[in-house]
Design a protein around this ligand. Structure first.
Ligand SMILES: [Zn+2]
Ligand SMILES: [Zn+2]
Length: 340
């Protein structure tokens, strides 16, 4: 099977022919059909973050495909079943976080495409308890971006406790943002979408955003305050200045939810305004298995639309460049069926 492999940080990925892996106890092997390119994969390949993966490794945590072999003891999944393999590859199931519905904070978790090989491959292994069944009628190319971009923004809105009639600011309309706009609308909120390209603002409008803010020329905080201020702001743009801009647009009691992970950066939070206005700054990382099940359920019900463009896996390095240059409207999904 072919896999795109990170051999060294910052080096182009190498397409390698590898032997098929045998699933261990509790694991399944998956014939990958579609695999999304998340910005996190680029940070992994560059070794950008304090905790680094160990090359050689295969990135990708939006892999979707069909189970083709069961490891010992697996009864939850069946051969032929379509599943998605998210960032949360495995958690311990026993710690305080796992036991209180916060398995995404488990300190013993293994992350797909980071701590173990991921979805940039024709075949991959996954822990059966954490591979998420994809409902019938959801195509693998839609399912791939939902597996990280979808669940991450869906969870961020839950963390913010968004309710109908609230104003939600979505800062950054890309792979994550285009889904965040839709989830905020489903929650009943009024949505202000913020970006720096006409294409992405137009996309946000098509997907239901009520207020468009062009951060190239508008004062983001000022525009949001003119609308009464945001009850919740999701920081999805990989730019610390964008976090500060949207924080300045919170209403009293509003919540800034940090989601994007710039390689470096610190955000200045004004003490005076935070204390007097009672605002919160919260971090939110991906979502649980239950969150992902809900994301798939909403999509199967026809309530969300996933915007993506496909590429062969052989185009992995050019695709990463496209993302870094901001040329991708929403999401690139590798098509593992094209022989690339
Ligand atoms: Zn991701
Ligand atoms: Zn745990």
């Amino acid at each position: 099977m072919k896999a795109a492999v990170v051999r060294g940080f910052g080096e182009p990925l190498v397409i390698e022919e590898r032997p098929d892996l045998e699933p261990g106890p509790g694991q399944v092997r998956i014939r990958v059909e579609a695999s999304g390119l998340c910005h996190t994969d680029i940070h992994a390949a560059h070794g950008d973050w304090p905790v680094r993966p160990n090359p050689p490794f295969v990135p990708g945590h939006e892999g979707v495909g069909v189970v083709d072999e069961l490891g010992e003891g697996v009864t939850r999944l069946a051969v032929g079943q379509r599943v998605a393999v998210p960032w949360l590859g495995k958690a311990c199931g026993r710690c305080e976080h796992c036991l209180t519905g916060w398995e995404t904070l488990c300190e013993s978790q293994v992350n797909t495409g980071y701590g173990c090989d991921g979805g940039y491959a024709e075949k991959m292994l996954a822990w059966a308890d954490f591979a998420q069944p994809v409902p019938d009628g959801v195509n693998p190319f839609d399912a791939a971006p939902l597996t990280c971009a979808g669940v991450t923004t869906y969870k961020a809105l839950k963390v913010a406790g968004v309710r109908p009639a609230q104003l939600v600011a979505v800062s950054g309309v890309g792979g994550l943002g285009h889904l965040a706009v839709q989830y905020a609308k489903i929650a009943g909120a009024t949505v202000a979408a913020i970006d720096v390209t006409d294409d992405k603002l137009e996309l946000a409008r098509e997907l239901g955003a009520d207020i468009l803010i062009d951060a190239r020329k508008d004062d983001v905080g000022e525009v949001l305050r003119q609308h009464g201020g945001a009850h919740a702001a999701l920081a999805l743009a990989v730019n610390p200045a964008a976090f500060e801009a949207v924080n300045a647009g919170l209403r009293r009691g509003g919540k800034l939810v940090m989601v994007a992970l710039p390689a470096h950066g610190t955000v200045q939070v004004p003490i005076f305004g935070t204390v007097l206005n009672g605002t919160s700054v919260i971090g939110s990382i991906v979502g649980t298995r239950q969150d992902l099940a809900e994301v798939f359920q909403l999509h199967a019900a026809g309530r969300t639309k996933v915007i993506y463009e496909t590429r062969p896996l052989a185009a992995v390095n050019a695709s990463i460049d496209e993302v870094l240059r901001g040329q991708v409207k929403a999401r690139i999904v590798f098509d593992l069926g094209t022989g690339g």
